[in-house]
Design a protein around this ligand. Structure first.
Ligand code: CDP
Ligand code: MG
Length: 136
């Protein structure tokens, strides 16, 4: 059974700043995730707060919103078989020091907050997050 999904990926400011956009995109495309849409944007802190509102009760919420709005990011729609799970696998664990070898966060992440990429974690959130950046 084919299970073609779309998911939202973000290349975060730390990775954009280090010119890692093409290296990260290549990891997606070489692993059967095609990039359907891609744009480089710089969001405000309020937009970041809206995007990350599921985390509003967490102690790291304010820093996370400041961080995501601190510089340009690249937002992408990735498409492929089991795209949500496959993207999470390619990203690796939230904290780069726990991430498996050859995952994006192991290769490029600096710390738990500067971990280079975001990826939707469920079908429901993928739909919401794609809508947030591409259908408004
Ligand atoms: O990004 P992921 O889905 O792996 O992790 P999350 O638990 O949904 O957290 C969202 C983001 O918050 C992470 O990617 C980290 O950048 C940040 N975070 C943090 O700064 N400190 C933590 N203790 C946990 C998460
Ligand atoms: Mg998450």
């Amino acid at each position: 059974m084919s299970n073609i999904e779309q998911t939202l990926s973000i290349i975060k400011p730390d990775a954009v700043e280090r010119n890692l956009i093409e290296d990260i995109k290549k990891i997606f495309t070489e692993n059967n995730l095609s990039i359907k849409e891609s744009k480089k944007i710089h969001i405000s802190k309020d937009e970041a707060a809206d995007f990350y509102k599921v985390h509003q009760s967490k102690p790291f919420y304010n820093d996370l919103c400041l961080y995501l709005s601190s510089g340009p990011i690249v937002v992408m729609i990735l498409e492929g078989k089991n795209a949500i799970k496959e993207n999470r696998k390619l990203m690796g664990a939230t904290d780069p020091k726990d991430a498996e070898n050859n995952t994006i966060r192991k290769l490029y992440g600096i710390s738990i907050d500067k971990n280079s990429v975001h990826g939707s974690d469920s079908l429901e959130n993928a739909k919401k997050e794609i809508e947030f950046f591409f259908k408004s």
